[in-house]
Write a protein that binds this ligand. Structure first.
Ligand code: ACO
Length: 337
């Protein structure tokens, strides 16, 4: 018997604290750095984002992941003991060792599962979904929990006004289950690529084994995000568009057959430029970057969860997930809901 995979439950969770653009401009003003609510809104579409409160264990990465996972399990009608596999996409793990997947497993009591972390930055959830799809299609796994969760506030460089305005914290989750290959509701295809040659566009120089952190490095913000926003912008528009076309072509579909496009939420101008290139009306594009900013691997699953819960995404509709991230990494998943 041939298998396929489908998403049967979604969930999301965000920290309590809302950080407005005005909050950020006031914070930066203390260091003599200028920005404004109007600049941030016009250039990014972001109005506010959520940030974990340091020291609050309820808002650790794995705790946000736990809340999202519990929501997704409830929607799928499953318990933690039904989970065979946990794929935890994050670039801001609770700890280097053990994996955040293991922290989550501990908190969730998913004792029958094996879990691992996956770092593909903002493409992480799509990479995770692709891996789940493979394990399920080969018959090795029946039920997989895929999480995309970040506490990016832990690596924001508050001395760089072009990047500190973009990021937020949050988590999204999906329960992915085995179905028949002939099922109408399933993942249709997955598409992944990375380009390590572009590593410099977004990186955290210190904190890994290549450059363990020293007090001097902390003073220079080398343990924080370094980004070339203008260049990423161009690559993002190009690759999000080309991956959307690739996924549609693979399934002999055209853009007008898409019901919903769920792009990585980095900047409204990137999203609008991609929609324009694809000739896709913005009414079919799901957007929440205004409320949460860029939560990296959490943007796609949390946006998906929001649209499933408010009834925009309906059974039988065609949904395209599409992301790019540090690495650089790219990925798309086309599915029939
Ligand atoms: N407030 C006021 N002025 C600012 C700010 C700010 N927050 N940030 C930059 N500026 C200034 C710049 O200094 C520059 O001034 P200058 O002309 O005097 O030199 C001017 O605004 C224009 O700067 P640009 O970099 O050209 O601005 P741009 O319109 O490209 O917007 C931004 C910058 C928002 C970073 C945009 O390039 C972007 O969103 N890029 C994509 C970034 C991204 O998606 N990163 C996430 C990658 S995914 C992941 O894995 C996490």
């Amino acid at each position: 018997m041939e298998y396929a995979a489908k998403i049967t439950g979604t969930g999301s969770a965000f920290p309590q604290k809302r950080v407005s653009n005005t909050d950020i401009s006031q914070k930066l003003a203390q260091s003599g750095i200028e920005t404004s609510d109007s600049w941030i809104r016009e250039r990014t579409g972001i109005a506010e984002r959520r940030m974990s409160t340091p020291g609050n264990s309820e808002e650790h990465n794995s705790s946000l992941g736990l809340a999202a996972a519990l929501n997704a399990l409830k929607m799928a009608g499953k318990t933690p003991l039904d989970i065979d596999q946990i794929i935890y996409a994050t670039c801001t793990p609770d700890t280097i060792i053990p994996s955040t997947a293991c922290w989550l497993q501990h908190k969730l009591g998913a004792v029958k599962a094996w879990g691992m972390d996956l770092n593909a930055a903002c493409s992480g959830f799509i990479y995770g979904l692709s891996i789940a799809d493979q394990f399920i299609r080969t018959g090795q796994v029946k039920t997989c929990l895929v999480i995309g969760a970040e506490v990016l506030s832990s690596i924001i460089n508050w001395e760089d006004r072009s990047s500190c305005i973009l990021f937020g914290d949050g988590a999204g989750a999906a329960i992915v289950e085995r179905t028949q290959e002939t099922s109408a509701h399933r993942i249709l295809s997955t598409h992944l690529l990375s380009d390590g040659n572009l590593w410099e566009m977004l990186h955290v120089p210190a904190g890994g084994s290549a450059q363990p952190v020293t007090p001097e490095m902390i003073l220079q913000n080398l343990n924080k995000i370094h980004m070339n926003g203008r260049e990423i912008f161009k690559v993002a528009v190009r690759t999000l568009s080309s991956f959307a076309v690739k996924a549609l072509k693979k399934n002999q579909m055209t853009v007008d057959m898409l019901d919903w496009f769920v792009p990585h939420q980095a900047n409204i101008r990137i999203i609008e430029a991609v929609a324009k290139r694809l000739n896709l009306p913005m009414e079919k594009v799901l957007v929440n970057v205004d409320r949460y900013g860029n939560t990296s691997s959490a943007t796609v699953p949390s946006m998906l969860d929001e649209a499933v819960r408010d009834g925009r995404i309906q059974k039988g509709q065609t949904v395209l997930l599409d992301a790019f991230g540090a690495g650089l990494t790219y990925g798309a998943v086309l599915m029939r809901w």
